[in-house]
Each structure stands twice: as structure tokens, then as C-alpha cells.
Design a protein around this ligand. Structure first.
Ligand SMILES: Cc1cc2nc3c(=O)[nH]c(=O)nc-3n(C[C@H](O)[C@H](O)[C@H](O)COP(=O)(O)OP(=O)(O)OC[C@H]3O[C@@H](n4cnc5c(N)ncnc54)[C@H](O)[C@@H]3O)c2cc1C
Length: 422
């Protein structure tokens, strides 16, 4: 049973984007209801954080929990060629000073539970096992939701602002037809976990490894987790990796691993812990981020690609933008598209910087070592992108250099004129 049926804000979805948005709006003294259809803890892929998550985790008040956790510390990212040659590790501390130069590799079941519990501790009314069946509208203005509670009853709930944080389900974007797939990134992924793989030593023990297989646009991730477990996945174009391929997911995964000696040598003798899971067509954007009485955050607003582990960072950073816009809109007693989307242009600019680095990685002409030989001054800004420092103007120089070095495709799902900012 809900305490009341009228809220300042209803957040749909309790992943990192939803929990963080709800927490920060509640911290500003607003009444917030969060509805999550699953029962936590629940599995989620996406274990490697970017260092720039540090500042949102601090704002949420969970840094001490992170520091005391068993999550491996991540200090760098390293890229491997098909022959197994490693780039120099990109250590975040070479560019970022202080504690935010290090981040964590998280088990998302635990991490997401921690953030959801933190929302509760900050006064958010949280209901799990509660499925939002629709967002309700009066004309173009969102007025609340209908939600099926664990007793099976569907109840209408009213709010001044509805936040869609439903992840790849993208409930509102689907309903309002705002979603645009990225034609340059029609990828899919097969992944599992192993115990007993060969990990790096010392400060490299928690590093994310990106291992290129030599097959077009296809690579493995190797992400160290707690308890001697590693998360391993392969990503590649849908039409190459899975379409028309004989054998099931396990056979495809094994064949791809066989073409990547650097992953094979790390997995030798390791025990596979789960059957292979698969996801596809996960890259898309939305034409608008906000409307009257509604706003999108996290994957519900768009997802780039797993290559640089930017998903949770963009979910958390996006939550900061969205929470600040909501609080200001409620303060002004005007939860209009204009106010709820006041962050839209700035947020889209940061995402676009990250997107160009993703495109560069998949471009046949791009190679980190050659790029840095030609543009040695770009190294700091490149590491800044890997850290997540993308919401600042100095990134423009790096983007120009990358564009000169290799031709990058265009893709602009977000049309500013449709979502005016202040
Ligand atoms: C192959 C792959 C690898 C990835 N690797 C990384 C990585 O290493 N690092 C990284 O940072 N990111 C990674 N990501 C991305 C990351 O998983 C997402 O960006 C992140 O989970 C987004 O958080 P979110 O809160 O927006 O969505 P989610 O975490 O998906 O949360 C959405 C929540 O909404 C709930 N929900 C949905 N519909 C409803 C409804 N109707 N009613 C109520 N609740 C609902 C769901 O149950 C879910 O709990 C990866 C993604 C993929 C596909």
C-alpha cells in the first residue's frame, strides 16, 4: 500500500539512474515514489565503472560504503591487439589527481541494491515487485502512472513529474516513438563469468582489458570481479556475430575466443560459472529528453555501446542533471518540458563526445598507438574521455583531432529544437 497517492515525483525503475535521481530529488525535500518491477538483488550486466562516477557517488553519500566494499579497484584500461600485444595501460592518475583517479569493478546485483537502499534511507518510498503498466497523460502532460502492485491490483498514482528510468525497456520513448537506433552500432554481445582466470598483478589487478579479436569490429572485455571471478564478454556486429551462425551462444562464444589468443591464455584452466547470456541492438538515442511533466534518464534516454564502460556513469551523471532540473522546475512551480529539459543540450554534448570515441574505436583506420604518435598532445584529453570527464569544453580539441585522423560517421538522434532549454 502506498502512503499517499499524490507525489512530487514518481520514478519508474530502480537501477542506478532511477535510484540516484530519486535520492537527489528527495535530498531536496521533495516527496518521491520509486517503483521497480523486479525484486532486488537482481542480475545486471555492466560491472565496470568510470572514475568520474566518484562525484555522483559522493553526492549520493555512498562513498564510504564503496571504499569498504570488496569490489576490486580499477586504476586503468588497457587495449590488446589481435596478436595479444598490449597498449600501455591508460592509468587514470596520469591525468586525474586525488581519490577520483581510481574507481571500482562492481557486482551490479550488490551495487544496485546499495543504491536502492540508499534511496530508501534518504526518504524515497520504494516498492519492488511493482510493475508500471503505463504513464498517464492529460493531453501532452504526464500526470502519473498506473502500477500493478504485488497483490495483483493496478492502482493509479499521481505526480507532478514522472521520471522514466526503465533502462532498455525505455517505456516512455517507446510509447511516444522517440527512440532512434544507431545505424553505426548494430552490435550484440555474448557474456558469462569465470572463476580462476589469470589476472594482472599489483595496480593492474583490477584493470579493465579490451581485447580485439581481429575479426571486424569484434572484441572481448575482461573485467575482474570480487572472489576471483571475472566477467568476460564478446561484442560484435549482429550480422557477423550471430546472424546465420550455426550452433548456440556457447559455440559462438567459444569460436570467438579461439580467435583471440590473449583471452584464451587468461581463461586457461578457469571454470565457467554461468551459461552464456546474449543481448543485442542496445545502441540508440531519443529525439527528446523531456516533455511536460516527464523526463528520461539513464538507458531509458539512450545507450552508446559497452566499449568504454560509460553506461553507469551516464546513468549517474544524467541523474544529477535530471534531479537538478526537476528540483528547479518544482521550485518554479512549472514542471514544463522547457524546465525539465534544461540540461538537455549540455548532456547531449557530453554523450556525443563519448560517442565519437566509440566510433573511432570501431573505425578501421583508428588505432590508439598510431593516433597518439601523430597527436601526442591528445593523450591527456583521451584519458579524460576514459575517465568520463566529457562535460567540459576542452574536449572539443580532441574531437577535432580524432575527426582529422579518421573519418567518423554522423548520428544525431537528439534534435534540440524539439526540446527547448532555458
Ligand atoms: C553488453 C553490455 C555490457 C555493458 N557493460 C557495462 C560496463 O562495463 N560498465 C557500465 O557502466 N555499463 C555497462 N553497460 C551499460 C549498463 O548496463 C547500463 O547503462 C545501466 O544498467 C543503465 O542503468 P539504468 O538505471 O538506466 O537502467 P537499468 O540498470 O536497466 O535499470 C532499469 C530498471 O527499470 C526497471 N523497470 C523496467 N521497466 C519497468 C516498469 N515498467 N516498471 C517498473 N520498473 C521497470 C528494471 O527492472 C530495472 O531494474 C553494458 C551494457 C551492455 C548491453
Amino acid at each position: 500500500m502506498t502512503r499517499t497517492e499524490q507525489y512530487d515525483v514518481i520514478v519508474v525503475g530502480g537501477g542506478p539512474a532511477g535510484s540516484a535521481t530519486a535520492t537527489m530529488v528527495a535530498q531536496a525535500g521533495r516527496s518521491v515514489l520509486l517503483l521497480e518491477r523486479d525484486v532486488f538483488p537482481r542480475f545486471r550486466i555492466g560491472e565496470s565503472l568510470m572514475p568520474a562516477t566518484y562525484w555522483t557517488l559522493e553526492r549520493l553519500g555512498v562513498l564510504d560504503q564503496m571504499k569498504c566494499s570488496h569490489f576490486p579497484k580499477k586504476e586503468s584500461v588497457q587495449f590488446f591487439s589481435p596478436g595479444g600485444r598490449g597498449s600501455v595501460p591508460f592509468y587514470f592518475s596520469e591525468t586525474e589527481a586525488g581519490p577520483s583517479a581510481q574507481t571500482w569493478q562492481v557486482d551490479r546485483a550488490e551495487f544496485d541494491q546499495m543504491l536502492l537502499d540508499n534511496a530508501r534511507s534518504n526518504g524515497v518510498e520504494v516498492h519492488e515487485d511493482t510493475h508500471v503498466t503505463e504513464v498517464t497523460f492529460d493531453g501532452d502532460r504526464a500526470t502519473g502512472v498506473n502500477a500493478r502492485f504485488p497483490d495483483g491490483q493496478i492502482r493509479p498514482l499521481a505526480a507532478r513529474v514522472v521520471v522514466d528510468a526503465t533502462g532498455q525497456s525505455a517505456m516512455l520513448a517507446q510509447r511516444l516513438d522517440l527512440r532512434e537506433g544507431d545505424p553505426n552500432l548494430r552490435n550484440c554481445s555474448l557474456f558469462t563469468r569465470y572463476r580462476g582466470a589469470v589476472r594482472g598483478q599489483g595496480r593492474d589487478e583490477g584493470a579493465t582489458l579490451i581485447l580485439y579479436t581481429g575479426k571486424p569490429r569484434t572484441w572481448f572485455w575482461f573485467i575482474p570481479m570480487p572472489d576471483d571471478v571475472v566477467s568476460v564478454g564478446v561484442v560484435g556486429p549482429v550480422e557477423r556475430l550471430v546472424q546465420g551462425r550455426a550452433g548456440g551462444p556457447q559455440a559462438i562464444f567459444d569460436e570467438e575466443a579461439a580467435s583471440c589468443p590473449a583471452i584464451l591464455e587468461r581463461l586457461e584452466g578457469a571454470e565457467q560459472l554461468h551459461e552464456i547470456r546474449a543481448v543485442k541492438d542496445f545502441s540508440y538515442g531519443c529525439r527528446r529528453m523531456a516533455g511536460d511533466g516527464w523526463v528520461l534518464v539513464g538507458d531509458a534516454n539512450g545507450f552508446l555501446d559497452p566499449i568504454y564502460s560509460s553506461g553507469v556513469f551516464l546513468a549517474l551523471k544524467g541523474a544529477e542533471f535530471v534531479a537538478d532540473s526537476i528540483v528547479a522546475a518544482l521550485e518554479a512551480n512549472d514542471p514544463s518540458a522547457k524546465r525539465l529539459g534544461r540540461h538537455a543540450a549540455e548532456y547531449a554534448g557530453g554523450v556525443d563526445a563519448m560517442r565519437r570515441l566509440v566510433y573511432a574505436y570501431y573505425s578501421p583506420e583508428f588505432n590508439f598507438a598510431t593516433f597518439l604518435r601523430e597527436y601526442p598532445d591528445a593523450k591527456d584529453e583521451l584519458v579524460n574521455l576514459l575517465i568520463g570527464n566529457v562535460f567540459r569544453k576542452s574536449i572539443a580539441g580532441l574531437l577535432e583531432s580524432m575527426q582529422e585522423f579518421c573519418e567518423l560517421p554522423g548520428y544525431e538522434p537528439f534534435h534540440l529544437e524539439e526540446a527547448p532549454s532555458e
